[in-house]
Design a protein around this ligand. Structure first.
Ligand SMILES: Nc1ncnc2c1ncn2[C@@H]1O[C@H](C[S@+](CC[C@H]([NH3+])C(=O)[O-])CC(=O)[O-])[C@@H](O)[C@H]1O
Length: 325
């Protein structure tokens, strides 16, 4: 097993999943990951070096329930080394993270989204899958909400390395990040109590197939939390952008909440309900020192912030809960 796979905590993951419906899948992961790592990504060596440069620090105080905050003894020299290593993993999109007196001011206030969603969930003792987990920000917050273990999948190698940076300080916590797309999981895993898909559906060309794949990961009675971009309208309203949406190229389907509820029911979910609809503000998504590219303020029409720069409805996101019967 490569050093990176070991650092990703695969041996502990295999031990954790022993005796569960996920055990046979887990057994395939070392080879799968080794194969992925061999093909890697051009920048992976640089990002890996940044993770390797993180100073050894004891995060003896941790707060994951209310926010992400780690603290413990840290000299000025160690804090400078920490900052340099973490800046080697820029851009930081999801967060914020507070560690050893350093604040990573990420592009997104992901804590705001979590505050809207978390009160509607009971994750205590649950085995959770976070599809499109990004850098794992929510995985740590899910543990803070009492989840028993959280596996995230996301094919992005930078986000994988950002996750490893946090795991460096929380090595024994039951969170794992696998650099895989949902489509790379086997059919009918049926091993999770709760599955999250946040910010992924609109990137999929076949949204109903995405819902079916998420259902396949759930045990009977398990719960899906689906969060995605929506538009206003009735059960037959869906926006398909002609080209870009808020400058993003790979956006396909933006349904209304009613249409999304219908899709979920057609995909075989029950107890479908919308728990939140929020228009994304320019305070929630913006450029920062840790993400210097353009962000939402530049993607909206400067004369009319209710529209994107392409003249489409500005980002509005809905979170829905649904159960697998
Ligand atoms: N097929 C796929 N399988 C798994 N992951 C994928 C796939 N396609 C894209 N991704 C990943 O899905 C994430 C979408 S971001 C949401 C992050 C977090 N969930 C959030 O809710 O902030 C979008 C946003 O900013 O909302 C990216 O990290 C992709 O690499």
């Amino acid at each position: 097993m490569t050093a990176l796979a070991t650092r990703a905590g695969l041996p502990a993951l295999l031990a954790r999943l022993h005796g569960t419906p996920l055990a046979s899948w887990a057994a395939t992961l070392p080879d799968l990951l080794a194969d992925k790592l061999a093909r890697g990504h051009g920048d992976l060596t640089r990002w890996q070096a940044a993770v390797d440069a993180l100073p050894a620090l004891d995060a003896r105080q941790r707060e994951l329930a209310e926010t992400f905050h780690l603290a413990g003894p840290c000299s000025d020299a160690q804090r400078a080394a920490l900052e340099q290593a973490l800046k080697g993993l820029i851009p930081w999109r999801k967060g914020p993270f507070e560690l050893f007196g350093m604040h990573i001011d990420t592009e997104w206030r992901s804590d705001w989204k979590w505050a809207r969603i978390a009160p509607h969930l009971d994750l205590r003792g649950k085995r959770v899958l976070d599809v499109g987990c990004g850098n794992g920000y929510y995985q740590w917050r899910m543990l803070g909400a009492g989840a028993d273990c959280v596996i995230g999948v996301d094919p992005n190698w930078l986000f994988f390395c950002q996750f490893l940076a946090m795991k460096h300080y929380l090595p024994e916590l039951p969170a794992w990040h696998l650099p895989l797309a949902l489509e790379e999981l086997p059919a009918s895993l049926e091993g999770f109590d709760t599955v999250f898909s946040m910010g992924v559906l609109y990137h999929r060309r076949s949204p109903i197939d995405h819902l079916l794949a998420l259902k396949d990961c759930l045990m009977r009675g398990g719960e899906l939390l689906l969060e995605t971009l929506v538009v206003e309208g009735d059960a037959q309203t869906v926006l398909v952008p002609e080209d870009r949406y808020a400058q993003m190229r790979n956006v396909w389907f933006l349904p209304s909440v009613a249409a999304l509820e219908l899709w979920l029911r057609r995909a075989g979910f029950v107890d479908v309900r919308c728990i939140d609809v929020s228009v994304t503000s320019v305070e929630e998504q913006r450029s920062t020192e840790w993400m210097r590219f353009q962000s939402l303020p530049e993607f909206l029409d400067p004369q009319d912030r209710s529209k994107t720069i392409e003249g489409l409805p500005a980002p509005r996101r809905a979170a829905l809960l649904a159960r697998k019967p």
